[in-house]
Design a protein around this ligand. Structure first.
Ligand SMILES: [Zn+2]
Length: 440
């Protein structure tokens, strides 16, 4: 079992006592933290020692909603007139892009985004995948990218009726069984659903039956735009959460994403079922959608998390966007600062710990060894009272020096030492060119 010792770090443990430790150490054996804090290291004989040089050391971050398949959209303009609403945006861009992906594109899209994630200090990603032309086995391609970069993943395939009824059901079932039958904790699975507006009753019932038999939670967009609310009302005569409740979709392992248009009674339904709601502020702003009422959701007792929705792999910038988004919406400079930080650092850990067997999210004995050294030495006091200011005004703009995921150094002085990054990028530029040509 390999061992690793980080010395001379400014530790933000995020543990139950919220300890900040100057000149602190983290000792790792295998994929677990053995000890973290002000340690007497004389009894350790680690395989490798990393001197953090007084820089900030934190647990790896968790992305509660990503679309790794969207990577090759960077810089792409779809053919035809520009989309002017959410429905057109799905049909003209995203559903053309995902339909054009082949299985090698699926692997490389995930690989690039996971390399970015590691370099942004994110070590666990909850992904929502779609690739209709190669759905069977696609989650294995995504999983391979996780294994090659070294991060932890929770995968699902977004079922919808948009191309053919129930597309993706078999892939979810296969992959959930694969994870359940494996004793490896790196990957886990949810049952993926696109959104209420793209799922007929027969499909939703089939998904519910399978997921309930497998005791799996769901990962689904909900009320991202008013069109989802309107189409659900027109076709099924009910609200989104009422419909999902009828099919048994909510629960403590279910992640609803966005909730931009959810009403107070629907927040109560989220709380009553112990479901999660994940906010993606940059994505909502980019799509010109409403501001998700997350402060109301917190008041209703909902567990709110934060994700990137594929717009980037950088989590701290999402927490920053979240509080700015709320302040602009409410024209109130007192709102959402601590809430955004706690959602990022605490709630996302609670969400991951519902889905993964290995505990994560703090620097403490027994936790998964996901540890990040930020290239950040504070020039004002850093402690429990000031940390959130450093997080949103300093760390959001600083680079990552070292990322340790599952006890392995996956970013070393800003580089991923186990991957040929230049060759991967050159290969991907060619793949992207061909992919774009196929769509056009
Ligand atoms: Zn999404």
């Amino acid at each position: 079992m390999t061992s690793l010792l980080i010395t001379n770090g400014l530790l933000a443990t995020l543990d139950d006592d919220n300890r900040f430790v100057e000149n602190g150490c983290v000792y790792v054996e295998g994929d677990r933290i053995v000890a973290a804090g002000d340690l007497d290291t004389s009894s350790y004989s680690p395989d490798r020692t990393l001197d953090a040089g007084g820089k900030l050391v934190m647990p790896g971050l968790i992305n509660a909603h990503h679309h790794l398949y969207s990577t090759f959209a960077r810089g792409f303009t779809p053919p035809g007139p520009q989309a002017t609403n959410f429905d057109q945006n799905l049909k003209r861009l995203w559903w053309k892009l995902d339909a054009a992906l082949d299985s090698e594109d699926v692997y490389h899209s995930a690989l690039l985004a996971l390399m970015d994630s590691a370099r942004a200090g994110c070590t666990t990603i909850i992904d929502h995948h779609a690739s209709p032309s190669c759905s069977d086995g696609s989650l294995d391609q995504v999983e391979q990218a996780f294994r090659d970069v070294g991060l932890s993943g929770c995968l699902c395939y977004e079922v919808s009726d948009r191309n053919k009824d129930g597309e993706g059901i078999e892939e979810n079932e296969r992959y959930i069984r694969k994870c359940r039958d494996s004793d490896d904790g790196q990957m886990t699975a949810l049952f993926g659903l696109h959104a209420s507006m793209t799922l007929g009753n027969d499909t939703l019932q089939r998904c519910a039956d399978i997921a309930h038999e497998l005791e799996a939670g769901f990962h689904v967009h909900a009320a991202e735009d008013v069109i989802d609310v309107q189409m659900t009302q027109e076709r099924y005569g009910q609200g989104i959460m009422d419909r999902f409740v009828d099919f048994g979709i909510p629960g403590s392992k279910t992640i609803f994403v966005h909730g931009t248009c959810l009403e107070a009674a629907e927040m109560d339904a989220l709380q009553a079922t112990d479901s999660v709601l994940v906010n993606n502020p940059e994505s909502n702003m980019n799509n010109g959608l409403g501001v998700s009422p997350i402060l109301d959701m917190l008041k209703h007792g909902v567990t709110v998390g934060v994700g990137t929705d594929g717009i980037s792999s950088h989590l701290i910038s999402q927490a920053r966007a979240m509080y700015l988004h709320q302040r602009a919406e409410h024209r109130d400079p007192t709102l959402a600062f601590a809430e955004a930080c706690e959602i990022l650092l605490r709630n996302n850990s609670h969400i991951a710990n519902r889905l993964f067997a290995e505990p994560r999210g703090t620097l403490a004995a027994g936790q998964l060894a996901d540890v990040v050294i930020h290239d950040y030495v504070p020039f004002t006091p850093l402690n429990a009272d000031t940390f959130y200011g450093h997080l949103l005004f300093g760390l959001s703009f600083s680079r990552i020096q070292t990322t340790i995921a599952r006890g392995r150094v996956v970013v070393d002085d800003g580089r991923l030492p186990h991957l040929d990054e230049e060759a991967i990028r050159a290969h991907c530029r060619e793949r992207a060119r061909t992919l774009w040509a196929r769509i056009n």
